[in-house]
Design a protein around this ligand. Structure first.
Ligand SMILES: *Cc1c(COP(=O)(O)O)cnc(C)c1O
Length: 384
């Protein structure tokens, strides 16, 4: 065997030995909650399509119409010839929803974070980051080559201590946090971080991949408290509650104009398929106008927690931390046998020793499904 394959096989053997080997499983999804795997019908509690908009007839129709009109692909980067007319409408909608001057849409949430962060800070600058930030914020921070200081999860006082100690040594400073933490389902202390950002002349950026369509009447975590938090850089994705694909940043006009010039993952990557842009516009229209729909995922998560006497959740993401990866995979398999799809989450997605089942609740779940899931969790003694 040549050195290339030997390298891969040795790596894989290490992953296997830790019980962390991942495999793709074909999943035929017919809604936010319906999935077929190996011929078995499962009720899914691990999908981010929180409002079932990926299967909404109006969203699908919008995608079809735009595909008929503009074709399946953008044909080029947006700065060359890939800026189909629908983009202006989508970016205007996002800016309105988040109450900023403007917005910029990228190919995905991941591409947004790795594009935005290195445009704002570089070598000699500093980033202050929550310990449980999403992987793509971490990737963006690494690419920027700024010095990264990490504070304990959700701990604004620890963030302040880092700012107090290091702020004077650096030119620009970016505070990075998930709005909703994707694997824990809690909300960042946004008001406190916003106030620190003002005090220390730092720029606050929140990644609200899981907040859009779910919190703050659908506007996201920066509106969850009932008041708009002062967050000049609001990032998010169109791939979760919006049921489509693509990432975005909502910010002031100068920032958006700068990013359109310099964000490498924007400049050097092809625009989104037109059907996806049209679908996202329709999804955002639904999110804007249907507050009851947006309230359902969190309502369903609360119902689940009530059934199991768990603490009331802040969002529609409910983790059950079991510790070891093997235990989580066994619990996930046992739930699948009972007809529930709940994928186990293992390191390195979450810290060592905190492997977990991560339940996500959608507007499409009903009380019967949730009751049945809670009973299965109880019978299998998973929550014990
Ligand atoms: C899913 C996710 C992303 C990435 O978004 P994609 O559009 O899927 O690339 C970014 N940040 C967080 C917190 C996420 O959960």
């Amino acid at each position: 065997m040549d050195s290339l394959d030997r390298f891969a096989q040795e790596k894989l053997a290490q992953i296997d030995a830790q019980g962390l080997r991942r495999r793709l499983v074909e999943t035929d999804r017919d809604s936010a909650t319906g999935a077929r795997r190996d011929g078995q019908s499962l009720i899914s509690f691990c999908c981010n399509d929180y409002l079932n908009l990926s299967h909404h007839p109006d969203v699908i129709a919008a995608a079809k119409t735009a595909t008929d009109r503009y074709g399946t692909g953008a044909g080029a980067s947006r700065l060359i010839s890939g800026n189909v007319p629908l983009y202006t409408q989508l970016e205007r909608k996002l800016a309105e929803l988040k109450q900023t001057d403007d917005a910029i849409v990228f190919g995905s949430g991941y591409l947004t974070n790795i594009g935005v962060i290195p445009c704002l800070v570089g070598p000699g600058d500093m980033i202050v980051a929550d310990a449980l930030n999403h992987a793509c914020l971490i990737s963006g921070a690494r690419l920027s080559q700024a010095t990264v200081y990490v504070y304990g999860h959700g701990d604004a006082a620890a963030c302040q201590a880092l700012l107090r100690e290091h702020r004077a040594d650096h030119d620009r400073c970016l505070i990075l946090t998930d709005g909703v933490f994707s694997m824990d389902g809690d909300i960042a202390p946004l008001a406190a971080l916003a106030s620190l950002a003002r005090e220390y002349d730092a720029w606050l950026m929140s990644d609200d991949a899981h907040g859009l369509g779910v919190l703050g009447g659908g506007r996201g975590s920066s509106f969850a408290s009932g008041e708009k938090e002062d967050i000049p850089l609001q990032m998010g994705t169109l791939s979760k509650a919006a049921g489509c694909y693509g990432g975005y940043l909502c910010a002031s006009q100068p920032i958006i104009d700068l990013l359109r010039n310099q964000a490498r993952s924007f400049v050097y990557s092809t625009g989104l398929p037109p059907g996806t842009i049209a679908a996202a516009i329709k999804s955002l229209e639904i999110i804007e106008t249907d507050e009851d729909l947006c309230a359902k995922p969190l309502g369903n998560a609360k119902t689940f927690c009530r059934f199991l006497n768990l603490p009331e959740p802040q969002t529609n993401i409910v983790p059950l931390i079991l510790g070891q990866a093997e235990r989580v995979m066994a619990a996930s398999n046992a739930l699948a046998e009972k007809g529930f799809l709940v994928t186990g989450i293992r390191p390195p997605t979450v810290p060592e020793g905190t492997a977990r089942l991560r339940f996500t609740f959608s507007a499409a779940h009903n009380e019967e499904d949730i009751g049945a899931l809670a009973s299965a969790v109880r019978e299998l003694e998973i929550a014990a």
